[in-house]
Design a protein around this ligand. Structure first.
Ligand SMILES: Nc1ncnc2c1ncn2[C@@H]1O[C@H](COP(=O)(O)OP(=O)(O)OP(=O)(O)O)[C@@H](O)[C@H]1O
Length: 784
């Protein structure tokens, strides 16, 4: 590279860098800049002799920046072997920071790319936003500025000392980080994060977002992050799958980085920075995953996260807790750990963020008591009766300071007025009562930092994702299995989630579908935690080609909230959800992050009235509004479309469905009988009496009453011998291999499954006589 009299640091333009890098690669090796007179020494970027640049008035205080600095007479050196970059200058503001010997070392090295081009500075035409982007400490931001880059002078940002110390700290890191990322190449997935510029995030966070491929903030992120960074309590509401996790996760990371840069956060035992409450174990682990992903790019020594959920080793979780920056927990396990002493309560009283995710559910479904205990404990003054020595020591270490905690509450259905409408009239009345008061409950229980938390509602009209299509299949109660099977056949190559209202239903439907050759797995709260996690894993796994495998998760509402599983295209409500907000959350497992998806209710005659009420509640606001935010379907004048399925054709699937059900029921009945038998036998042993299972059964059979038909069925199923079961399996295999004549078109469904390709071909060739013939007219739902 030709030496220049006047060298300037590169503006942060990765795109420009990449093209230049390509040119360089044509040569043997990139060479360091050759310094010209006078002799120059390696200097850290913050020790360079930066000069103020006066700005036009209109740029004053633009988004927190109040000044620019520029630098002349600096050479940029890059060591190709290490990738490290240093700056050579004859001038330095801090002689002590001049490092002899060229390349700077370790963390203090300024990373930059030596491209050998001269930068002639900003033209007068530089506009505010563009300028801000240049100033913002991220190469990713600047990728959007490729063109004007050559007219820019190298600049360094200095930010206003504002309400939030963070900004000042970010400013000290700005210059080095901006250069650091100049050495990075954008990979295919990396995004230009120019659109995040207004949020004033640190380079580390921006770099992470870029690598996650998140080019712009979602509406809830755009609205909530500035409020949280400014220190406000926030109650945030946004539709399912709209990025609420990072809306609170990013500010937590920012605070962590701030503390880390001022060495206020060590790697040793410490009080955590944030506590996140989650209603379910799966969601807790997912939150962990999302935050870990956010923190794992370009962040050495990122925050450590401890996830406290039931079903996994408490000792291990307690150990992790001691070193955690972020604690995520389900109320039950968290409270268990807190009440076990060890100074946990004292440590948690020091948190700076309390996040209540899916707040309405946390308060409404059996967690009420524990959440209350946790909140009380967080507010309690140091417990003087705590005679645990270790706790006392920690109490000193974590002596409570002033109340600085921010509270952040998030949900898709957290709206006071709406909440009341959505709560529904639960039979027990309990859920209704608590839901109805959930906002008031929270407001009363939580010690907010400010008198009024900020309420951020980015979708007051439609809580459902805009890409969601809703449908309904009406059938008789006993036909539900059949229609479920038919629907899943049509979606054989997709990822589908089937929701039921009971654990028993999950236990029954999962083997039924498996018997029919479908890849179904179960998820409910009665399962061991490891099995729960395994089910999620199997449901989310991808094929060897990297494509999502087709899979079906049959679940209770334990999977309704928060779970972010990519590529779920179909949600089926086997049972009508008990409350409208559950419908919203269940349906929200599809059509996430701007994607499309379908939500279909399989509805028995007794559920029809309930569906009407549901539609009225869920779509009440959409009906009243002619807003952009209403779904496409709503714009076309319907909310939930009835799927007109050809019953004659579906009925051809009946023999195999009936047999598959019989087999599943038999296995379940036998297992149940076996368990009951063991239970009675050990009880009899303890009592020292004889137990005769046949005698016992006879007595039991004598009783009549509710459930007696079910019991009779169970008895019948129990009586099947192994050979009977074997014969049934063989018969089912034969049925699955049989052609299912679909009538007019004379096409067929074969084997353990259905040749979907064939079905699709039928559709192409035969129009309405194709797959439409098989499952009726389903336009408007994205099911083709
Ligand atoms: N700025 C962004 N750009 C693109 N994708 C994003 C962005 N922020 C988050 N996502 C992705 O969007 C998906 C949904 O995010 P998240 O799980 O936080 O949604 P949510 O609003 O909490 O949903 P729910 O109400 O169902 O819990 C995730 O896969 C997440 O990685």
């Amino acid at each position: 590279m030709a030496a220049q009299d006047k060298k300037r640091m590169l503006p942060a333009s990765i795109a420009a860098m990449r093209s230049r890098k390509r040119q360089k690669l044509d040569g043997p090796v990139s060479r360091p800049v050759v310094p010209t007179q006078p002799a120059k020494t390696s200097v850290r970027s913050d020790a360079l002799a930066w000069k103020d640049v006066s700005l036009p008035d209109r740029l004053e205080n633009y988004e927190g920046f109040f000044g620019l600095e520029e630098i002349d007479d600096v050479d940029v050196m890059k060591d190709d072997s290490t990738g490290k970059v240093s700056f050579l200058s004859s001038k330095s503001t801090h002689p002590a920071q001049v490092q002899p010997g060229g390349i700077t070392s370790g963390d203090e090295a300024e990373h930059c790319d030596d491209d050998g081009e001269e930068w002639s500075g900003f033209g007068d035409a530089t506009q505010g936003p563009a300028m801000a982007a240049v100033l913002a400490p991220s190469s990713k931001l600047s990728a959007a500025l490729e063109k004007p880059a050559k007219q820019r002078k190298p600049t360094k940002a200095i930010e206003l000392p504002k309400h939030n110390e963070k900004h000042k700290i970010a400013s000290t890191k700005d210059s080095s980080a901006a250069f650091e990322i100049l050495t990075e190449e954008l990979t295919a997935k990396e995004a230009d994060v120019y659109a995040w510029r207004g949020l004033n995030l640190s380079p580390d966070t921006l770099s992470s977002l870029s690598r996650l491929g998140f080019a712009k903030p979602t509406p809830i992120q755009r609205s909530a992050i500035p409020d949280i960074l400014a220190g406000h309590d926030v109650i945030g509401k946004a539709s399912t799958g709209s990025g609420k996790t990072l809306a609170f996760g990013i500010p937590i990371l920012e605070r962590f980085l701030e503390l880390r840069s001022t060495s206020q956060h060590s790697n040793g035992a410490k009080a955590p920075l944030a506590l996140i409450l989650s209603p379910t174990r799966e969601l807790a682990h997912q939150l962990d995953k999302h935050l870990t992903a956010l923190c794992s790019y370009g962040l050495e020594d990122g925050p450590s996260i401890a996830t406290l959920t039931g079903g996994l080793s408490m000792q291990k979780q307690e150990r992790l807790l001691k070193y955690a920056d972020v604690v995520i927990g389900t109320p039950g396990r968290l409270w268990e750990v807190m009440s076990a002493g060890q100074g946990t309560i004292k440590a948690l009283q020091q948190i700076q963020f309390l996040v209540v995710d899916e707040a309405d559910r946390l308060l409404s479904e059996g967690h009420f008591k524990e959440v209350e205990e946790i909140l009380n404990a967080l507010e309690r003054e140091a417990d003087t009766n705590d005679d645990n020595e270790e706790a006392k020591e920690e109490q000193v270490a974590f002596s409570p300071g002033e109340h600085t905690r921010q509270t952040l509450i998030f949900s898709a259905t957290f709206d006071r007025g709406l909440q009341r409408k959505l709560a529904g009239k639960g039979k027990s009345g309990g859920e209704l009562k608590i839901n109805k008061d959930s906002m008031e409950y929270l407001l009363a229980k939580i010690k907010f930092r400010e008198e009024k938390p900020k309420f951020v509602d980015v979708n007051p009209i439609n809580q459902l994702a805009t890409g969601l299509k809703e449908g309904l299949i009406e059938c008789s109660g006993p036909e539900k299995d059949l229609y479920l099977y038919a629907l899943l056949l049509l979606h054989r190559n997709t990822r589908a989630l089937v929701f039921t209202n009971s654990i028993d239903a999950v236990r029954r439907i999962t083997p039924l579908l498996q018997n029919l050759g479908l890849p179904a797995v179960a998820l409910h709260s009665g399962m061991m935690q490891k099995a729960r996690l395994r089910s999620i894993e199997r449901f989310t796994q991808t094929s060897n080609s990297g494509k999502p495998s087709s899979s079906i998760l049959v679940a209770t509402d334990v999977a309704a909230r928060g779970l972010d599983i990519p590529n779920v295209k179909l949600v089926i409500h086997y049972h009508l959800p008990r409350a409208a907000d559950t419908y919203v959350h269940r349906s929200g497992r599809t059509a996430r992050a701007g994607q499309q998806g379908s939500s279909i209710l399989i509805c028995g005659p007794e559920e029809v009235a309930g569906v009407r009420r549901l539609v009225a509640k869920v779509h009440a606001h959409s009906a009243a509004a002619d807003e952009e935010s209403v779904s496409e379907a709503a714009k076309q004048g319907y909310y939930i479309r009835t799927l007109d399925i050809d019953r004659r054709i579906v009925s051809r699937l009946k023999p195999r469905t009936v047999l598959a059900k019989k087999l599943a029921d038999t296995v379940i009945a036998k297992e149940k009988a076996h368990k009951a038998d063991e239970l009675f036998r050990s009880a009899a042993e303890e009592l020292g009496v004889d137990y005769d299972s046949e005698e016992f059964e006879k007595t039991d059979n004598g009783r009549r009453g509710r459930g007696s038909k079910r019991k009779a069925n169970e008895r019948e199923a129990r009586e099947f011998t192994k050979a009977d079961v074997g014969a049934m399996r063989a018969e089912l295999r034969a049925l699955l291999a049989q052609r299912v004549n679909v009538g007019v078109s004379e096409k067929y469904l074969t084997s353990g499954g259905v040749d979907v390709e064939e079905l699709l071909r039928q559709k192409e060739e035969g129009g309405d006589k194709g797959s439409g013939q098989f499952l009726g007219r389903v336009e408007g739902l994205g099911i083709e």
